[in-house]
Design a protein. Sequence first.
Length: 461
Amino acid sequence: MNGKRQLHLGAFVMATGNHIAAWRHPAAQADADHNIDHYRELVKTAERGKFDLVFVADSPADLDGDPEVRARVAGAARFEPITLWSALSQVTQRLGFVATASTTYEDPYLMARRFLSLDHISKGRAAWNVVTTAGDVSRNFTVAGHPAHAERYRRAEEFVELVLDLWDSYEDDAFPRDKRSGLYSDQSKVHRVEHRGEFFSVAGPLNVARSPQGRPVVVQAGSSEPGRELAARTAEVVFTAARSLTEGRAFYGDLKSRLRKFNRKPNDLLIMPGLFPIIGGTEAEAHRNYEELQSLVHPKIAWAILKEFYVGLDLSRYSLDDNAPPLPPQSEFQSRHKLVSDLASGGMTFRQLYLALATARGHRTTIGTPEQIADTMSEWFKEGAADGFNIMPPVLPGDLQVFVDEVLPVLRRRGLFRSEYEGATLRENLGLEIPAHRLAARVPDRKDDADSRAAYGMGAS
C-alpha cells in the first residue's frame, strides 16, 4: 500500500443475497444454500476484486417460528461455514474466510481446533466471527435454557481468552522434525493452558500447531455495551451497522478510544460497517432496481419482520401505513433493538420500517451509480467512520460481480483500494501485526532442560 491508508473490504455473502426476498429475484441462484458451484463463483469473484475477506453469518441451529412465514424465507437450511470455507480455500489463494461460531453453544477446545485447522488448510486465511447467539436455540443442545444477555457475555469473555491461549499451545518452532536425531517436537515449546474458570476447565495443549499467521483473525459484530468492551479487548475486526455518517463516526470514535485501557493501538482494530449497495447505470435505474426488490417482499414476511421487534404488542389492529409506535423494551438483541428503535422513533410508518429492514437489516443502504456508491464509501472512510466496509450485495451472484466490475475501478482511480494483494495471509492483507505468543510470554525464565520442562508440566523429551 506504499504507506497510504486504504479501504479494507469484506463480502457478506448471504447465499441468495442480503435482501430478505432476494431468492425470488429473477437473477438469484435460488438453490444457493446448498450449491457449492454458486459459492465457488462468489469467492472467485471476490478474489478477482481483491477483497480482503468473505463472510457468512450463521446460527448453530434454526429458530422456531410461524410455519407459513418460515416457508417463505430462504436460508433456514445451509452449509456449516467452516466446512464450506475449508473447501473454498482450495480454489483461492489470497482471499480470507470469516466463519461465525457461537460462544454460547460451542465447546472452546473443539472450536479452537476446527478454526486452527481451517487456518492451516487455507495457509493463514481464517478468521472467527465471535457471536453469543441472541436467539434461543437451547432445545437443540441439551443445556438448561438460554442464558441471559449478561451471562452470555461473561461466558464469551472467558471463551475467547481460552481459545486465544489454546491457539498458542505450540510455539512457532516447536516442531524441528529432525530425521537425523529422531527429534520430532521440542517439548520445551509446548504449553499447557491449565484453565480453570467460571464456565470452563481445560488442560490443553491443543493438538494443532500454531497458525501460519500467528493465530486466526478475531472478528466481532455486536455493538451493545458488553459487546463493545469485548471487541476492544479481543477483536481485530468489527462488523457494525450504522445508517448515517454521524452514527458511524460516533461508534468508530467510541470503540477506538476504548483500546487504550487494554494497551492496544488504534490500528490493532479495524471497523467495517455494513454497506448495502443498489447500483444502476443511472440514479433512476438504481431506484428502479430498489423498487423491484422491495416489491418482492411478501406481506407475511413484512409483518413477521415487525413482530420480531414489537414483542407483546398486538399488531393486528394496525395497518402498514400507520405510524410505528416506540418499540417495547427487551433485554436480548440489544444492539439490534437500539438500531430498530432509533428508526421507529424517527416518524416512520410500519411500511417504511419493514422496508428499511428488508434491505440490509438496519445497515447503511446506498442507492445510486458506481460513482455515488464510491462517494459514500470515500466520505465515511475519510471522515473517521470506517476503516473499510462489509459489502452486502442485494442479490447474488450478479450484484457482487457488478460491484467488482463497476465500483472498485472508481475506488482504485481515487487511490482508495488496492490493485493487488499485499501478502499471502489474511492478517498481512488487513495490515494487522502477528501477535506475540501468549503462553511463552508467561514463562519467566524458560530453560531447555528437564527440570524446567517438568516445572511447566511438559515432561522431558
